[in-house]
Design a protein around this ligand. Structure first.
Ligand code: BES
Ligand code: MN
Ligand code: ZN
Length: 504
């Protein structure tokens, strides 16, 4: 399912000689223009250094300077983007610089531009790493969700970006890296689309249809979807209970990549609640509309599976998505109900708004069928996680330190950072039930952890990491390469984890 991202090509040459609507260069804070930026400055008669000398442009991170060189140059605009202090430079600064530039050009109505690879010169980045980051972030920054805006499709925007690299020997590596970056951006934008789609479009059936389409259009993918009859046959009592309050039928999606008999896959599980009203324990109306994002874990898993296939990685990976709505009607599950899960363990319901852990319980039990080398689940699971970490980190709880370290490293690399919360035995006490094996809420203290403690009862027989993305899946504030709305968090993290996975 190809999401339209901008077209990025690579050309050998010198940026100051490029024609077109705009060229993009950069500046480290507190430094004079160097490298390609100096070459542009020279060609433009010192326009950039004049702005620096006047103090108007300091090169602070994501600061921009727009210049019109007139007849001096072929290009009509020069955009300089700040990289911040050189000591603080990183791959993420490159992404943000590329994103800032792309967004600025997009807002100007510029349709075509050329850019250098931020950070591959004085920044000291590997040229391929810089190229992937620039392509990925530029494409992600240009994402817009305008399916429902009349005329939105015709809105002007950045369509074509040319990466200009001087060193002829780097060109093949840069081309490969740009392709990778575009695949990853495309997969992230697919996830964003799924999240941003309203609940009346993105139903469990829609997620299943999307998974099938990803499988059809990608390579090495195979999709199987369980309907409610199938779930009943297996005994997915928890997923079915949540689904009972809605007329939209639930779906359980299995998307496999590079299936290999006798091999053990890396398994991803994503919470797919396409709308969470809270059920009988109904949420207050304020901000309830945001709960269309409660399938962001599912979106991350589907996006990552697409990216893994596009990158033709050599591992065996499986994506699992329990998909349902959480609504309330005469058949809805209720506080006090006791559910029998796929594992046979029973759960007493105290609050129907703690539905994510229930559907994940069945999915995590199902995951064991694959004898996974590891399982990572992603879920917009608890408001408590937002309270604990805010919007800048995903909460991580795990039963395996080595896997947790790998996830953490992937998070650092992609700037989709995760932060550990403890999963000590003591927390288990809070979900002890008098009448069933456990209850589905553990009170306010440590709410993100007691939710994970319930999941841990089902994530058995394999190394496991749980990622609570409640605070990171959705943003009310645009960032350099993340527009408002669905972030698509987890796509790049999971893809990175798969890329770094020890070869089987
Ligand atoms: N989907 C919500 C969690 C959530 C909150 C996601 C904010 C994104 C942003 C989840 O199903 C939920 O309602 N959790 C409850 C659990 C409670 C009833 C134990 C919560 O966090 O309040
Ligand atoms: Mn809920
Ligand atoms: Zn929920």
């Amino acid at each position: 399912m190809a999401v339209r991202v901008i077209d990025i090509t690579v050309q050998q040459g010198e940026i100051q000689k490029r024609s077109g609507e705009a060229i993009v260069v950069n500046l480290f804070e507190g430094m004079r223009p160097g490298g390609a930026t100096a070459a542009v400055d020279g060609a433009a008669g010192g326009l950039i250094s004049a702005a620096v000398d006047s103090g108007d442009f300091t090169g602070k991170r994501n600061q921009t300077l727009l210049l019109y060189p007139g007849k001096e140059m072929e290009a009509s605009r020069i955009l300089v983007v700040g990289l911040g202090r050189k000591e603080e430079f990183s791959l993420e600064v490159t992404r943000q610089a590329a994103g800032t530039a792309a967004r600025k050009l997009q807002n100007l109505g510029v349709r075509q531009a050329s850019t250098i690879l931020h950070g591959s010169g004085a920044g000291g980045l590997d040229v391929a790493d810089a190229a992937e980051a620039v392509a990925e972030a530029s494409a992600m920054a240009c994402y817009r969700f305008d399916d429902y805006k009349t005329g939105g499709k015709n809105k002007k925007g950045l369509r074509r970006l040319t990466v200009v690299e001087r060193d002829r020997r780097s060109i093949p590596a840069v081309r490969r890296a740009v392709r990778c970056g575009l695949h990853i951006a495309g997969a992230t934008c697919l996830a964003r689309d799924l999240i941003n789609q309203p609940g009346n479009t993105a139903t469990p059936t829609y997620l299943a249809r999307t998974a099938r389409r990803i499988a059809r259009e990608g390579e090495g993918l195979r999709c199987q979807v369980l309907d409610e009859a199938g779930m009943k046959r297996l005994g997915m009592g928890a997923l079915l209970a949540v689904s009972r309050g809605s007329v939209e039928p639930a779906r359980f999606i299995v998307l496999e990549y590079n299936r290999k008999a006798g091999h053990n896959p890396l398994v991803f599980v994503g919470k797919g609640v396409t709308f969470d009203s809270g059920g009988i324990s109904i949420k207050s109306g304020v901000g309830m509309d945001d709960m269309k994002c409660d399938m962001s874990g599912a979106a991350a898993v589907l996006g990552a599976m697409q990216a893994i296939s596009s990158l033709k990685l050599s591992l065996y990976a499986v994506g699992l998505v329990p998909a349902t709505e959480n609504l309330l009607d005469g058949k809805a599950y209720k506080p006090g109900d006791i559910l029998e899960t796929l594992s046979g363990k029973t759960i007493e319901i105290l609050n129907t708004d703690a539905e994510g852990r229930l559907i994940l319980a069945d999915a995590l039990t199902y995951a064991a069928r694959f004898k996974p080398v590891a399982v990572v689940d992603l879920a917009t699971l608890t408001g408590a996680c937002v309270t604990a970490l805010g919007h800048h980190a995903t909460g991580m709880m795990s039963t395996d330190d080595e896997l947790a370290n790998s996830v953490r490293a992937a998070g650092e690399r992609t700037a989709e950072r995760v932060w550990p919360l403890p999963l000590w035995d003591e927390y288990r006490e809070q979900i002890r039930s008098d009448v069933a094996d456990m209850k589905n809420t553990g009170g306010r203290p440590g709410g993100a952890i007691t939710a994970a403690a319930l999941l841990a009862e089902f994530a058995q027989g394999y190394p496991w990491v749980h990622l609570d993305i409640a605070g990171t899946a959705w943003t009310k504030k645009a960032r350099p390469y993340v527009p408002k709305g669905g972030v698509g968090v987890g796509v790049r993290l999971l893809t990175q984890l798969a890329r770094d996975w020890r070869k089987p």
